[in-house]
Design a binder for this molecule. Structure first.
Ligand SMILES: [Zn+2]
Length: 270
């Protein structure tokens, strides 16, 4: 646990000091960012295993591998499911590596390709099976049909799970680390990081993780909270919403003139 700076929080309504204890959150330190190269090696190894499992499934289908302890359809399904598991875990390692050591987005096509290597591998891990199964004349028709359907479903699941919906570029990471040198905070299920641990979007979160921007991005919090960006007037950093379109509320007591809790402002973004 790092020593937390004790903040003096003053209510804007009456200028009275509000004890921080009322809003006390547990803050734990983030894990180290990790080693991108190690993650990439892990991903590639898993992807090679995935392709090998696809080959095994094909060899079972065409009768080259003839294990008799279990119906061959089941063996094929097991091989394809294990293939899918390797594809998905590999892609998660790959995506994590790209959060730590992102690629440059100067070349949009290469940037997309690099970030979505998992999707490409997924295609190689199932499409050849589908094509070869469909064109196999000797294989049992029912086995062939069911195995093909399983492979197509696996292809779709693996593709979606491997796709990087939130890619980070080298430029994004440099901009964020240049603009924010202090610690940032994020919640367990939050998708963004915050420069303020008492940010209005964190009202619902009792436990936070604290770390550098690199650590936040490595932990898949790829964007800065728009409220925090607005508050600190940070520009040039990827945010979850347009900071100009969010409304800041007083971070101590969010309420209107009547002291009623404000329901409209401060929708938790994270
Ligand atoms: Zn925030």
């Amino acid at each position: 646990m790092a020593e937390k700076k004790k903040k003096k929080i003053v209510s804007a309504d009456d200028g009275k000091e509000v004890t921080a204890a009322a809003k006390k959150k547990t803050v734990k330190e983030a894990a180290p960012v990790g080693n991108a190269t190690g993650l990439r090696i892990g991903a590639v190894v898993l992807w090679v295993v995935a392709i090998a499992l696809e080959v095994v499934a094909l060899l079972i289908l065409n009768g080259t591998i003839n294990w008799t302890f279990m119906p061959s359809l089941w063996q094929i399904i097991i091989a394809l499911v294990l293939d899918l598991v390797c594809v998905i875990i590999g892609a998660q390692l790959w995506k994590k590596a790209n959060r730590i050591k992102p690629a440059s987005k100067k070349n949009k096509f290469l940037f997309w390709l690099w970030n979505n290597m998992g999707v490409i591998v997924c295609a190689f891990a199932f499409i050849p099976f589908v094509i070869l199964a469909l064109t196999d004349k000797k294989a049992d028709k029912k086995t062939k049909t069911i195995a093909t359907v399983v492979a197509i479903i696996a292809l779709l699941i693996g593709g979606v799970a491997s796709y990087d919906f939130d890619p980070v570029s080298q430029e994004d990471l440099s901009a964020a680390t240049a603009a924010i040198t202090d610690n940032v905070y994020w919640s367990t299920f939050g998708k963004v990081y915050h420069t303020h641990e008492d940010c209005q979007a964190l009202n619902q979160s009792d436990s936070l993780t604290m770390g550098s921007v690199e650590q936040a991005i490595a932990a898949n919090r790829t964007r800065l909270c728009a409220f925090c960006a607005k508050k600190d007037e940070i520009t040039g950093v990827v945010t979850d919403k347009n900071p100009d379109e969010v409304e800041l509320v007083d971070d101590v007591q969010s309420g209107d003139e009547n002291g009623e809790p404000d329901e409209t402002a401060g929708e938790p973004a994270a």
